[in-house]
Design a protein around this ligand. Structure first.
Ligand code: ATP
Length: 659
């Protein structure tokens, strides 16, 4: 199987993997202590962050103050309402006018408090989301976690968790916290009012609300699991549509529309079926909550009416007690009113908690030291790790790569692909890796790149691949389908070595430092690299007019600034030539290529190999084509074990010098 970065970068999960993950995960965690500890773990870092936490806490204090202000405004209106209705019932026109003016004054002062509370709260939720998404995304890329999650089918739809789950988490967490705070303060203020009016009314209310909460928990208990499933099924359906877009041409060539539609309908069916169950459960809950809401409209009046008939209270007090009753009831009945939202929230906590646990597992320094986690550690499966060592590169040093007693297994540790391989790649001694399909050629490159670590022995790399901090660049890996970034022709050429530089220079950077300490190639060097791989014709192509980024004043950018969907418009052969242009610009000491010329004609293949050899680059190639051997000095042959029926039963290896 060739290394395919397009798949790695753009495909979050294959459909089968998604189904696997979801089937293996029946529903949300209903264990309250697990949900609570995940909530704390997800929520705390922002507020305790040494840099952003201080500002966040001040903003939170502002939201709390405004929330308390809203309760103050409500209490004010409770009393204004009482006096207003008293003036009305006593037919006191002068007092009524006074009350009207006071009421209007209260509205003018009170409305900004409510509006600003909502605004500041939403803005704080947005800042929190920004922080949390950045952290999760950094962890997602650390130690190539995104690759491990994808290749190991560890969790479904990480993209959905990072984007929409985080947004919902921050919005809801802040919203609920403020609702609970509001409810607490409201409860204290209005309990006093209600108790002072008529203590039995207060007792009736307590019984009513506690009973209501219990019944709604019972009726809505299935909602947590159903909400969890709904998120997952929606993401699966959307993912199916994304796959159709990404593989439009292949599907059209195969005439696979019908089977794709069938697959999508299956997923849509799962979305609809689960939503149907969700609707039934919410309908049953709604029956109860609606009765509950309607009843409270007359309940307080019914309880205090005898006092009014006996002349013990004024008419306005009925209105005041109704208003106080409603406030307290909605405070103590939070669970009843918000049950669906709470169920959805706990499903989100569950999904995000699960995601951060997987990501933390890979992102922790121990996992870096121990090799990549994820191996099955039970059932007698060997979980030993390959030792991957980087030696500083030395311009004069001859070895570039050395493999010592390398045994390579698939990530689950079940299959052994290569056994006890010892060899060295020296400067100028290029190596071709051949063997039947499935013997482990690409996997060997994965191990050298550090993507797979299951096995034993040692790999020493003399030099470093490009690292996130811009160091390295002595070693470059080139997959069969090179990754095309979204951007200009210049950005294609500069990827990955100077990718931050190009984003920066194009005005997209946010002040980030250039990624590489190597000098950025000039326009002339970029154009020369294109000429060497016979892609200079691309320089005269113009961006589609909608892409903007004009450099010639006519609205369409041309040359290196041409912006296009490069993965969509370049043929695979052209993409492979572009990958060679990147090699010529970077001039690494060693390049490891996986069927990197598979889509090229023999003439172009020769041109590219000669160009990188002339540039002093040593290369290791994986390939099937016999023509490749003339560009390499040695060949590593992986063979199925003699006597075995197929490669599943293990391989042997031999190294030969090419005459
Ligand atoms: N994530 C994975 N988990 C388990 N096994 C895997 C995984 N990825 C690949 N394999 C298996 O490992 C074996 C070696 O795969 P690899 O892609 O290295 O073969 P290859 O020699 O490059 O094949 P080809 O010439 O067809 O590209 C295959 O049998 C493949 O099915």
């Amino acid at each position: 199987m060739p290394l395919d970065t397009k798949e790695i970068v753009s495909d979050a999960q294959t459909p089968e993997k998604n189904l696997l993950s979801i089937n293996s995960r029946e529903g949300a965690s209903t264990d309250l202590s697990v949900i609570w500890s995940r909530l704390i773990k997800l929520g705390m870092p922002y507020w305790s962050d040494p840099v952003e936490g201080g500002g966040a806490r001040w903003k939170l204090a502002g939201v709390v103050a405004l929330t308390l202000g809203t309760t103050g405004v409500s209490v004010l209106f409770n009393f204004l309402g009482r006096d207003f209705f008293n003036a009305l019932s006593e037919k006191d026109a002068e007092r009524f006018t006074q009350m009207l003016i006071k009421w209007l004054g209260g509205v003018v002062l009170g409305v900004p408090v409510f509006v600003f509370r909502d605004y500041v709260q939403s803005k704080l939720a947005l800042d929190w989301r920004d922080y949390m998404t950045r952290r999760l995304t950094e962890d997602y890329f650390r130690n190539r976690t995104f690759y491990q999650i994808q290749s190991g089918s560890l969790i479904d739809n990480p993209d959905q968790r990072i984007s929409s789950d985080v947004r919902q988490f921050t919005d809801t967490a802040l919203g609920f916290s403020m609702t609970i705070l509001n409810a607490g303060v409201d409860l204290i203020s209005f309990s006093g009012i209600l108790y002072s009016i008529y203590p039995p009314l207060f007792v009736a209310l307590l019984i009513y609300s506690i009973g209501g909460t219990g019944v709604s928990i019972f009726l809505g208990r299935k909602l947590v699991g159903l909400n969890f499933q709904q998120e997952a099924q929606e993401a699966n359906f959307r993912f199916g549509l994304v796959r159709v877009r990404e593989n439009a041409e292949s599907i059209a060539f195969y005439g696979g529309e019908e089977s794709e539609a069938k697959l999508l309908f299956q997923r849509l069916g799962a979305v609809v079926a689960n939503y149907g169950d969700l609707l039934v459960t919410s309908r049953n809950l709604s029956f109860f909550t609606s009765f509950y809401r309607f009843l409270i409209q007359i309940l307080p009046a019914a309880v205090v009416a005898p006092l009014f008939f006996r002349g013990e209270i004024e008419f306005g007090v009925i209105n005041q007690s109704s208003s106080a009753f409603n406030h307290i009831l909605s405070d103590v009945s939070l669970v009843v009113y918000q049950f669906e939202a709470l169920a959805g929230f706990s499903a989100i906590i569950d999904r995000l908690g699960e995601f951060t646990e997987v990501v933390d597992n890979f992102a922790s320094p121990e996992s870096e030291e121990d090799g990549l986690p994820g191996s099955v550690s039970s059932g007698g499966v060997d979980t030993s790790k390959i030792d991957l060592v980087d030696w500083p590169s030395n311009a004069n040093s001859s070895p570039l790569l050395s493999l010592e007693n390398l045994t390579l297994r698939t990530p689950n540790g079940v299959r052994t692909l290569v056994q006890d391989l010892t060899m060295q790649v020296n400067k100028g001694e290029s190596l071709l890796i051949v063997g039947p399909s499935g013997t482990g050629k690409t996997s060997l490159l994965r191990a050298i790149a550090g993507l797979w670590s299951s096995g034993s022995g040692r790999i020493t790399r003399y030099g470093k691949p490009i690292a996130a901090d811009g160091t390295g660049g002595d070693i470059l890996f080139v997959p069969q389908r090179p990754y095309m970034v979204l951007g200009t022709l210049r950005e294609q050429l500069l990827y990955p070595t100077w990718s931050t530089v190009s984003a920066h220079s194009a005005g997209m950077g946010n002040g980030a430092k250039p990624a590489s300490s190597r000098p950025i190639p000039s326009d002339a060097e970029l154009e020369e690299a294109l000429r060497q791989v016979r892609l200079d014709a691309l320089l005269s192509r113009a961006s589609p007019s909608s892409s903007g980024n004009s450099s010639n004043g006519s609205g369409a950018a041309i040359g290196l600034e041409c912006m296009a969907d490069w993965a969509g418009i370049l043929s695979l052969g052209e993409q492979q030539r572009l990958a060679f242009a990147r090699i010529l610009l970077l001039k690494p000491k060693l390049v490891l290529m996986d069927e990197a010329t598979s889509a090229l004609d023999i003439d172009n293949e020769e041109l590219l190999y000669r160009a990188i050899a002339d540039a002093g680059v040593t290369f290791v190639s994986v390939g099937h084509r016999p023509t490749l051997s003339e560009f390499h000095s040695r060949v590593l042959r992986l063979n199925p074990t003699p006597g075995s029926v197929d490669v599943e039963q293990g391989t042997t290896w031999e190294v030969q010098t090419i005459a």
